[in-house]
Design a protein around this ligand. Structure first.
Ligand code: PLP
Length: 388
């Protein structure tokens, strides 16, 4: 059976060009970038070249990029780094109620260390109102973190507007751009952010590598203590093949972005239209327009998301119920609940995320298979019986 992969927001396959670029850094150019001999300097050169490419993708300067082990580390580094370095100025921090667990759990950790959080509400589309950010700021606020686009429902947040508010108030502003970098244009100056998290495996690079953009002059404590790597901001011998792979993926993403954005938007809209037409009692989650080109999230009444995922899997179609990190838990999505969905609606959600190898035929196949699955599941559903 030919498998149809529609879970690109969970992770993407590493592109062959990326694997090729990485390969010589395992056993040929394997030097430690901190070594002063030629092997080491070759690896160091590769990292600095990679830094330029990643910086280029987001309009940053080379020295503002610190490589990390992924998006989660970049989020932890940004939030703990700024909070602990600036706690003498205040203990109030702001974030949204729909952040990825990498941000949510870090905020909870900071709360246990004495920080006080304001969680910004979202509207029915998952959008944050910049005015609510303005209203939440106090003279004790030292940090705001709002994600660029939501990983579950694809809503793109008004980051540039929030950036302006943060700048006027002189407060550090972080955005988790793990789902947007390499997919839609990201420019740190246009967004007005001081810190921005990225992850390579969401843009056809390898897993276990990412980066944090840190605007020059931002005060934050180092995340890892040890050697002097990454200008003393992140100790540990660099993941040279991973960093090279990340930069190759970044370079390719930059070259192909505008064409790919248009192609995926068409496929996304074909899928949304088909789902709304062919299935009754279904609603689109997330913003109809301000959404990622690769995301479709729906709630289907009277069926469980997990049942749909497992039944689709039997037909060779891979999707998820929400974020990859929480889809194994039975808790309803905090994102959907924050958007005002009921527990039942949140449990009946399905996320399709399309990508580089998605075709029109694959979308048609999903539109053919899913309505049949839903009819079958609804026929057995106690939820539907109680409704009738
Ligand atoms: N932030 C967002 C919005 C994500 O979607 C993810 C991954 O799903 C992460 C952070 C974590 O990234 P990583 O898997 O590289 O740690």
């Amino acid at each position: 059976m030919k498998r149809i992969y529609l879970d690109y927001a969970a992770t993407t396959p590493t592109r062959p060009e990326v694997v090729k670029a990485m390969s010589s850094y395992f056993s040929e150019a394997f030097g430690n970038p901190s070594s002063i001999h030629s092997h080491g300097q070759e690896a160091k050169g590769a990292i600095e070249e990679a830094r330029t490419k990643v910086a280029d993708l987001i309009g940053a300067r080379d020295e503002e990029i610190v490589f990390t082990s992924g998006g989660t580390e970049a989020d932890n580094f940004a939030l703990k780094g700024v909070a602990f370095a600036n706690e003498s100025k205040g203990n109030h921090i702001i974030t949204s109620s729909i952040e990825h667990h990498a941000v949510m759990e870090t905020y909870k950790f900071l709360e246990r260390r004495g920080f006080r959080t304001t969680y910004l509400p979202v509207d029915e589309y998952g959008l944050i109102d910049p005015d609510n950010v303005r209203k939440a700021i106090t003279d004790k606020t030292i940090l705001i973190s709002v994600m660029h686009a939501n990983n579950e429902v694809g809503t793109i947040e008004p980051i540039a507007k929030i950036g302006k508010i943060a700048k006027e108030a002189g407060i550090y502003f972080h955005t988790d751009a793990v789902q947007t970098v390499g997919h839609i244009p990201v420019d740190v100056d246009e967004l007005g952010v001081d810190l921005l998290s990225m992850s390579a495996h969401k843009l056809y690079g390898p897993k276990g590598v990412g980066a944090l953009y840190i605007r020059k002059g931002t005060k934050l404590v180092p995340f890892m203590h040890g050697g002097e790597q990454e200008r003393r901001r992140r100790a540990s011998t660099e993941n040279v093949p991973g960093i090279v792979g990340f930069s190759k993926a970044a370079e390719l993403a930059q070259q192909e972005m505008s064409g790919e954005e248009k192609r995926l938007t068409c496929l996304r809209d074909q899928l949304i239209k088909g789902l709304l037409e062919r299935i009754d009692h279904v609603r689109l989650n997330g913003h109809p327009i301000m959404r990622l080109p690769n995301n479709v999230n729906v709630s289907v009444d009277y069926v469980e998301g997990e049942s749909m995922v497992l039944n689709l899997d039997l037909e060779g179609i891979c999707v998820s119920t929400g974020s990859a990190c929480s889809s194994s838990s039975l808790e309803p999505s905090h994102v959907l609940l924050a958007m005002g969905l009921s527990h039942e609606q949140a449990h009946g959600s399905l996320r399709f995320s399309i990508g580089k190898w998605t075709t029109e035929e694959e979308i048609e196949q999903v539109l053919d298979v899913l309505p049949r699955i839903i009819t079958k599941l609804r026929a057995m559903s106690p939820l539907l019986k109680s409704y009738r």
